[in-house]
Write a protein that binds this ligand. Structure first.
Ligand code: 9G3
Length: 545
């Protein structure tokens, strides 16, 4: 995006959209706007500066830290640059809506947000100032909210299909925003920050943060051996212990100590599995959770980090389901350079609660029993949330139901990262030469290259330009006094779906060259037929996708 002249950095995570970049952004916005309108949502535009008072009503003014960009006006009143607009839209609702007759409602805006991310990176992929389409629905009950949610879910499928993207809707965690359920829309790309798991049967897909893992069924074939203490000098990590004791990581049970702000909890996870802190937060009912530091580990286990174990540990112990079936396992001995082997639950240690506490991984049984799971990387470009009444209750945004009873609106919220969608399209559509724009969001459809400035070429080019534009194709004519090679490279970099190259040699035969950027295929055609030829090629591609 920098080399092709789409954006320019102004500060960390803050960018100017240059003409070419803005054309792409506007195309994504138009598709989003059309699909929001088609789904019955009404466009509004809220201010980027929002008053602290509203955020104090929901407790989020105090909950959020440095990520919220706070500022004061000349009267020293507190404001923030809106990182999202649940509070502002709910305030509008409570002022304007009185009766169930006015419901359902869905308001959306395409507007700039600011989140003072600790490490903005990868340009528009994770910026601090960014354009988001955010929508908020209000219904009289859960059933209505589910209808509003489904309308947005379907609209999001149309948006990302129309952008020419290969994406997947996956079950996702609702995170800090609260609410009952959510889906993320992931553009599949190996450079994606998110990990999704999906079943090869095709009916299950989830962000690994959310992906369910079925409890393994118990098959203790192995005879139980008596527990023994063994010396494991300097063996702290799974790798070191498995190598020293010549056992497989699945034979180990890791004891992870977490502090929740109110207690220290021991979490048992099989050695070859990864703990899922989002599942753990949900089980413990906390929002703040972190691994205990060495001092706490030493205090509660009597041993340094690396030797913690459940046997004789006087702490609340929760464990992942897979620990239940671990037989003759290896655990930390709660003493320096010591591990215990042939440890069995519940003979040698008791677990307060078994739960799904690990990350799903490739090869796991699909929770929908439709095959096994695979994993892929993705870029989150959209997120839809069933919010429920968290904000309407906090801000007393209610309506009178048919019996005149005051009821809190049941809400949903829905977001699309407009700039991130454009960046994700490039992640999914590029080659070593540059961008290969999907036709619907390409800054221009045709890159017209004139070789030299002969009268023949100049006339042919202006005729072609007019003909292409008249057929609805947007044309970028490279009329620079540059060598052919430079023009070809820049055309490949900018990535318009089709290139039309006009030179004296071809014109001598009454032909002009058309190159398809995606395939590199070149065809030589008579100029008059080129607009129709390109339209035909474009529609065959979109029909195929
Ligand atoms: C904040 C800050 C950062 C935030 C939020 C609040 C993320 C926050 C989640 C959402 C949920 C949905 C409507 C559009 C779609 C997403 N980062 N979120 O609420 F104060 Cl500093 O924004 N909102």
């Amino acid at each position: 995006m920098l080399r092709a002249g789409l954006i320019r950095k102004v500060a960390a995570g803050i960018y100017t959209y240059l003409p070419l970049g803005l054309r792409v952004i506007r195309k994504v916005e138009r598709i989003v706007r059309e699909e929001m309108n088609r789904a019955g949502a009404q466009e509004v535009l809220m201010p980027i500066v929002s008053p602290a008072e509203l955020w104090k009503e929901t407790g989020r003014w105090d909950y959020y830290g440095k990520e919220m960009f706070r500022l004061k006006d000349r009267h020293e009143r507190d404001f923030c640059l809106g990182p999202t607009h649940e509070e502002v839209i709910t305030d509008l609702f409570r002022r304007e809506v009185r009766s169930y007759r006015q419901l359902p409602l869905n308001f959306y805006q395409i507007q700039t947000k600011f989140r003072d991310e600790i490490r903005p990176r990868f340009g528009l992929m994770r910026g601090r100032e960014f354009i988001m389409k955010d929508a908020y629905s209000f219904d009289k009950d859960e059933a209505g909210a589910r209808v509003s949610y489904q309308k947005m879910y379907d609209a999001y499928h149309r948006v990302f299909s129309r952008c020419g993207l290969n994406f997947r809707a996956v079950e996702a965690d609702t995170g800090l925003i609260g609410g009952t359920s959510s889906h993320e829309f992931m553009v599949l790309a190996d450079t994606g920050e998110e990990t999704i798991v999906y079943s090869d049967g095709g009916s299950y897909a989830a962000n690994v943060e959310r992906a369910e893992v079925l409890a393994p069924d118990f098959d203790a074939k192995e005879e139980i051996r008596p527990m023994r203490s063994v010396s494991t000098p300097g063996c702290r990590t799974v790798e070191e212990v498995t190598k020293f004791l010549k056992v497989d990581a699945s034979q180990l049970v890791k004891t992870l100590l977490y502090t929740t702000g109110s207690e220290t909890v021991a979490v048992l996870i099989r050695g070859d599995h990864d703990a899922n802190e989002i599942k753990l937060k949900r089980l413990l009912g906390v929002t703040d959770l972190e691994l205990a530091g060495p001092a706490i580990v030493e205090k509660v286990t009597g041993a340094p980090v690396g030797f913690a174990g459940p046997v004789g540990l006087n702490l609340r112990i929760v464990a992942d389901h897979a620990v239940k079936t671990a037989t003759n396992a290896v655990v930390g001995g709660n003493r320096l350079d010591t591990h215990l082997v042939d440890v069995n639950c519940p003979r040698d240690f008791q677990v307060g609660q078994f739960a799904d506490l690990r990350n799903a991984r490739a090869g796991d049984i699909s929770p929908r029993k439709d095959g096994v799971l695979k994993t892929a990387k993705g870029i989150e470009v959209g997120h839809v949330f069933m919010l429920g009444t968290k904000y309407s209750v906090a801000m007393n945004a209610s309506f009178l139901d048919p019996n005149g009873k005051e009821c809190p609106a049941v809400m949903g919220c829905y977001g699309i990262g407009v700039g991130r969608t454009a960046a994700a399209a490039i992640e999914q559509n590029h080659d070593e030469k540059g961008i290969v724009w999907p036709f619907p969001i390409a800054p221009f459809h045709v890159h017209l290259i004139s070789l030299g400035h002969s009268v023949g070429v100049t006339e042919a080019v202006s005729t072609l330009y007019a003909g292409l534009e008249a057929s609805g194709l947007e044309v970028l004519w490279d009329d620079r006094d540059e060598r052919a090679g430079v023009k070809f490279n820049d055309a490949d970099l900018i990535g318009a779906p089709y290139q039309v190259i006009v030179g004296d040699k071809g014109l001598a035969e009454g032909l002009v060259e058309v190159k398809t950027r995606k395939t590199g295929v070149k065809t030589r055609l008579a100029p008059a037929g080129i607009p129709a030829a390109i339209l035909a090629m474009a529609s065959s591609v979109s029909a195929a996708s």
